[in-house]
Write a protein that binds this ligand. Structure first.
Ligand SMILES: [Zn+2]
Ligand SMILES: [Zn+2]
Length: 463
């Protein structure tokens, strides 16, 4: 049984009425009952009938079988034919949803963007309303997403998930888009199948030879040492997300960066019970294990890097052991999470990471890149060589600006200690003032709904 309200199926009054004999809801009910008894509501609004049923199965049955009415077989529409611009229930339409474009951006910009992908629209741009999370009942308030109906794309083509509209990064969703979920990869021979299906010999991940592992002197990509590489892994290392430390982010105290990340993952993917379990998990490893069975959605995958950046920045602000290590590094330092994770890490263990040319690491090392970004943007400047009177006015004014900035930052930090608001990572004074305005306006992020979404959404729109 489905909970809440299912989407209705549709009928055009003009398709079922004959001559001047009007159709009543009772007459229609009698005919639909032959197909399914799970009817909740039959409602007419001018030229359109909506039939609401109780279960997904009966909705599917109605859509595939239709029903007989006044000796004619009737097919029902899956989407509102007047909205979708369809003429026959057999005509397929594709619903395309666009997220992340501020409501203030003109619809014309969205049409222009879809035009550039040669999408042939069958409806005008429409606006999505906020719905109740469990009953799915619609409210009158918009959620900022827009959608449009179009002819199905040719030859199984699909639109990119990430695109630009009026210079703003946005996300496009439609049925049939390839999912970013995992492609099989054998950890024995590195072919595209699961390890349990492997019949090959064990191979080096880097050069695919069979007589060594990555980091071995026999490997083509072997390097004796890489001066600027700091590899890290494991709960003992403050650089690791598994390092036990208290991080206050999104209005909640977490026991490690890993706890924070997995907690928000569970919330955003709608798994509240796992979120609670993750929050209470003793170790970061426990938190990670609990998260393994969360059904991750593509939207989360699209935003996970931004989320991690936010958490790591909070860790930099709040965890001294972590900040101290980062502050000591050069801009050229390559941080490398030496774990078998191809997105966050190098995809290699410690030996493999340190003794394989970094350009050959199979993983994207995204966590390491985030650390590097912090070192280049947030680390305090090295002490000035001389405090003597600046040589020219330009230098003097630059110094005043930098003093002003650091005092703003200090007062911002003090304010942050008092109010449990989100940390703002930007160093620009304009953004700092904006943050303060937000604080003054009583912005709070302690309610569950705003977990991560609001602050991230704000950043996202401006990017
Ligand atoms: Zn294999
Ligand atoms: Zn090799």
């Amino acid at each position: 049984m489905a909970t809440g309200m299912l989407k209705p199926v549709y009928l055009r009054n003009s398709d079922i009425v004959q001559g001047s004999n009007p159709v009543t809801d009772y007459e229609l009910l009698e005919s639909v009952l032959i197909c399914t008894s799970e009817i909740k509501c039959i409602q007419r609004n001018r030229g359109l009938w909506r039939i609401y049923v109780n279960t997904t199965q009966s909705r599917d049955k109605l859509l595939t079988e239709g029903f007989d009415f006044r000796n004619t077989h009737i097919n029902v529409f899956e989407t509102n034919p007047f909205s979708a611009g369809t003429n026959s229930p057999l005509e397929e339409v594709l619903r395309i949803t666009i997220k992340g474009v501020p409501l203030s951006v003109d619809d014309g910009e969205i049409i222009k963007m879809l035009d550039s992908y040669k999408v042939s629209l069958t409806s005008p741009i429409k606006y999505e309303n906020i719905r109740h999370p469990t009953t799915h009942k619609m409210t009158s308030i918009l959620n900022g997403n827009r959608f449009v109906y179009a002819k199905p794309l040719q030859n199984g083509q699909s639109l990119p998930r990430s695109a630009f509209c009026a210079g703003i990064k946005c996300l496009i969703y439609h049925k049939g888009q390839p999912s970013k979920k995992r492609v099989p990869k054998c950890t024995n021979c590195w072919g595209e199948h699961w390890r349990t299906q492997c019949s090959d010999k064990k191979r080096c991940r880097i050069c695919l030879k069979t007589d060594h592992e990555p980091g071995s002197e026999k490997c083509e990509a072997f390097v004796e040492n890489q001066k600027n590489v700091i590899s890290f892994a494991g709960a003992d290392n403050p650089l690791s997300n598994f390092f036990p430390c208290t991080i206050h982010v999104f209005g909640i105290h977490h026991r490690s960066a890993e706890h924070a990340f997995q907690y928000v993952k569970a919330i955003r993917c709608g798994d509240l019970s796992k979120a609670t379990a993750i929050q209470a998990a003793e170790t970061a490893l426990d938190a990670k294990m609990i998260s393994k069975t969360i059904q991750i959605n593509d939207e989360f995958i699209d935003k996970q890097e931004k989320l991690m950046e936010e958490i790591v920045n909070a860790k930099y602000d709040q965890v001294e052991a972590f900040r101290e290590i980062l502050d000591k590094q050069e801009q050229s330092t390559l941080f490398a999470e030496s774990v078998f994770d191809d997105f966050w890490g190098t995809g290699l263990n410690k030996t493999g990471t340190e003794h394989t040319d970094h350009r050959k690491w199979p993983g994207q090392n995204v966590l390491g890149q985030i650390f590097r970004k912090i070192v280049s943007t947030r680390r305090p400047a090295p002490p000035r060589r001389s405090e003597s009177v600046p040589r020219n006015l330009q230098a003097a004014s630059q110094r005043h600006i930098s003093d002003m900035l650091s005092s703003i930052r200090k007062s911002d930090k003090r304010a942050d200690k008092q109010a449990s608001t989100m940390q703002d990572h930007s160093r620009s004074p304009r953004k700092t003032m904006r943050t303060n305005r937000r604080k003054n306006a009583g912005y709070k992020n302690t309610d569950v709904n705003s977990l991560g979404e609001k602050p991230l959404g704000t950043d996202y729109d401006s990017g």
